[in-house]
Ligand binder design. Structure first.
Ligand SMILES: *[C@@H]1O[C@H](CO)[C@@H](O)[C@H](O)[C@H]1NC(C)=O
Ligand SMILES: *[C@@H]1O[C@H](CO)[C@@H](O)[C@H](O)[C@H]1NC(C)=O
Ligand SMILES: *[C@@H]1O[C@H](CO)[C@@H](O)[C@H](O)[C@H]1NC(C)=O
Ligand SMILES: *[C@@H]1O[C@H](CO)[C@@H](O)[C@H](O)[C@H]1NC(C)=O
Ligand SMILES: *[C@@H]1O[C@H](CO)[C@@H](O)[C@H](O)[C@H]1NC(C)=O
Ligand SMILES: *[C@@H]1O[C@H](CO)[C@@H](O)[C@H](O)[C@H]1NC(C)=O
Ligand SMILES: *[C@@H]1O[C@H](CO)[C@@H](O)[C@H](O)[C@H]1NC(C)=O
Ligand SMILES: *[C@@H]1O[C@H](CO)[C@@H](O)[C@H](O)[C@H]1NC(C)=O
Ligand SMILES: *[C@@H]1O[C@H](CO)[C@@H](O)[C@H](O)[C@H]1NC(C)=O
Length: 535
């Protein structure tokens, strides 16, 4: 026994060292979406893989720029931020034109990003004129640039998809994950889903969902294919076929904080990677303000893509006036220092959010429903008021409301008294905090560390050169066979014909019977009439 305890640390060390030596692989990680909150999570994974001894080449808009890290090559894609400068989401709930415009712009942005990424000279030099260049896996962001999947084909390496939010319906359909138009997990329909919907609502949801999938395949994917062909030649497979062969799909979404749904086997969820072990320290003046909030403080932030300062003036006044009436202090992430606020309110362009959420005086977090912020709120067990703007924010807030840890407010109809009552309710009713603590305990109760699990799966794919045994091959057959639509249509028509035949026979028989009967009656009647006449 003693021998074993003495030997095991050495054995483990030996295994670690040799595993690093023998399994050092090269990975290409392409995460081009210009969104800081998405990128910080991907960076954690890239760095962890590098620490495991792998060589990393990564294209990202948020480079670390640390020359001290070996075998870690960053391709700086930061200039892509200039292309989305005007993407502000603060107006979208009032202005449907702007919301529709935003969605169209994002699709166009997807084409621009794919084009800029694939034509980046630092990336081009890896895939042109180099027959010696080998990668053991390609990790590609899935959100709106499927053209980059072709890099996996170019290097003949397994493709791993990564998402900073739950999958979109176009991905689900590609991979064979069930598409559920009216289920709450369909975040693309925002708040129009749920149980107990009317038939007409479900019909509209069905049409919307399938129409968006159809146009993704027939417009968006075709355009992306053209972009891929521009850089990899005409002799390449179709991008959706490459996507279907994805070995693994990594999704940054804690299943507990989403609506449970059936899923395909090669999906691996992870969460909370951006949450730091020790919360970041606060700037001096902010720390002094929060420390002095002995009665508690409220933190309000609408995230990085929704600017508080661009909200309508009327709404800003509602917030400022309501905050003034509270006995709590308020920290408000606000992008204009010269905005006049009540004395109990502290505004700041930027806050180290985790440091604020970790502060013992915090009572409530008013937010826009961002995924990362939701995870942080659960990690630090801070009750919520959600005021969602776009995309998955509505779904995220609705889920938190259903868990009893948040209140939902609609920014369009917001009134001062409604805001005031919601704040008082969430702070005074201790149930919100208690349920948040229980939820936190639930999310922490896992057999593995989320990051280690992701790394294990990525290495698994590299060890076995893909994971075809996890692939759902149901997507290889035609869509109508996948959903047995041909069988349903056949049975419906058959049933209809049988019913028609039965009806025809019943009709024919009853007509016959009727005729016989009628003839009898009329004969009788005629006889009767004749008889009365003659009398
Ligand atoms: C860098 O990665 C290669 C394998 O791709 C490996 O042989 C080499 O030892 C690594 N260098 C360092 C300093 O880790
Ligand atoms: C990265 O570091 C180099 C040298 O220190 C510097 O010239 C460059 O501007 C930095 N890039 C970014 C995006 O910070
Ligand atoms: C809505 O947004 C569009 C596009 O940004 C803009 O042209 C229009 O003036 C806006 N309408 C209103 C009522 O704000
Ligand atoms: C690849 O080789 C061709 C022909 O030798 C040359 O014209 C081209 O510039 C090279 N491309 C790169 C990225 O080196
Ligand atoms: C969904 O949101 C819209 C717009 O904010 C609102 O008018 C509608 O009442 C909401 N529906 C539900 C079911 O919450
Ligand atoms: C759906 O409707 C049924 C019957 O009307 C009701 O019992 C159930 O609670 C409803 N479910 C939801 C989620 O509203
Ligand atoms: C995808 O995988 C299937 C089954 O392994 C294979 O037949 C097909 O050629 C692959 N398609 C592409 C585009 O790699
Ligand atoms: C900041 O707020 C002040 C006062 O409300 C206003 O005059 C100024 O235009 C604002 N600046 C920006 C950039 O929004
Ligand atoms: C805030 O207080 C003022 C005066 O004390 C009052 O007029 C106003 O209605 C209050 N607002 C809210 C939202 O309670």
């Amino acid at each position: 026994m003693r021998l074993i305890t003495a030997i095991s640390p050495i054995t483990i060390l030996w295994i670690l060292v040799t595993s690093n030596l023998t399994c050092s692989e090269r990975l290409l990680i392409i995460t081009p979406t210009p969104s800081y909150s998405h990128q910080i999570v991907f960076r954690v994974i890239s760095l962890a893989l590098n620490k495991r001894g792998h060589e990393i080449v990564t294209l990202t808009p948020n480079i670390l720029n640390d020359t001290g890290i070996t075998n870690y090559t960053e391709i700086d894609f930061g200039f892509i931020y200039e292309k989305i400068d005007d993407t502000d989401m603060s107006q979208t709930r009032w202005n449907l034109t702007q919301l529709a415009g935003l969605k169209t712009r994002l699709l166009t942005l997807g084409h621009n990003i794919a084009e800029d990424a694939l034509s980046h000279p630092d990336l081009v030099k890896y895939y042109t004129n180099r027959t010696d260049m080998q990668f053991d896996a390609v990790i590609a962001e899935m959100i709106m640039t499927p053209a980059i999947y072709m890099l996996a084909h170019r290097f003949n390496a397994p493709l791993i998809g990564i998402m900073s939010m739950d999958l979109q319906n176009c991905h689900r359909f590609t991979l064979g994950s069930p598409v559920l138009p009216s289920h709450s997990s369909n975040w693309e329909l925002e708040n129009l889903t749920g149980l107990n919907l009317s038939f007409w609502r479900r019909l509209i949801n069905f049409i919307n969902t399938w129409w968006s999938i159809h146009s993704w395949f027939n417009n968006f994917a075709n355009k992306q294919q053209k972009i891929a062909e521009k850089y990899f030649g005409n002799n390449i497979p179709y991008i959706t076929d490459v996507a279907k062969n994805m070995s693994l799909v990594l999704i940054n979404q804690e299943p507990l904080l989403a609506y449970a749904r059936p899923e395909i086997p090669n999906i691996v969820h992870f969460s909370g990677l951006h949450i730091t072990k020790a919360p970041p320290s606060l700037p001096k003046n902010l720390k002094a303000f929060l420390d002095s909030a002995t009665n508690g403080f409220i933190y309000m932030s609408l995230g990085s893509n929704t600017k508080s300062k661009l909200l309508p003036k009327k709404i800003l006044e509602i917030f400022a006036n309501t905050f003034a009436n509270l006995s709590y202090k308020v920290l408000w992430k606000f992008e204009n220092d010269s905005y006049h606020v009540p004395p109990n309110v502290f505004i700041s362009k930027w806050t180290p959010q985790q440091g604020v959420l970790a502060h013992p005086n915090i009572k409530l977090f008013i937010y826009q429903g961002g995924l990362q912020s939701t995870e942080e709120a659960v990690h630090y067990a801070v009750p919520l008021i959600g005021i969602p703007f776009v995309f998955d924010q509505v779904y995220q807030v609705m889920k938190m409301v259903s868990l009893g840890v948040a209140r939902y407010l609609d920014i369009v109809q917001l009134t001062g008294s409604e805001l005031y009552d919601a704040i008082i309710e969430v702070i005074d009713d201790k149930g919100y905090k208690d349920r948040m603590l229980a939820l936190r305990a639930l999310t922490k109760d896992k057999p593995y560390d989320s990051l280690e699990n992701v790394i294990w799966w990525i290495e698994f794919v590299m060890r076995h050169n893909g994971a075809p045994h996890l692939r759902f091959n149901g997507v290889d057959i035609a869509w109508y066979q996948q959903f047995d639509l041909d069988v349903i249509v056949f049975l419906t028509i058959t049933l209809f014909l049988v019913l028609c035949a039965i009806l025809a026979i019943v009709g024919w028989v009853s007509k016959k019977l009727y005729n016989t009967y009628y003839n009898d009656i009329s004969n009788h009647y005629v006889w009767f009439k004749d008889k009365t006449k003659s009398e």
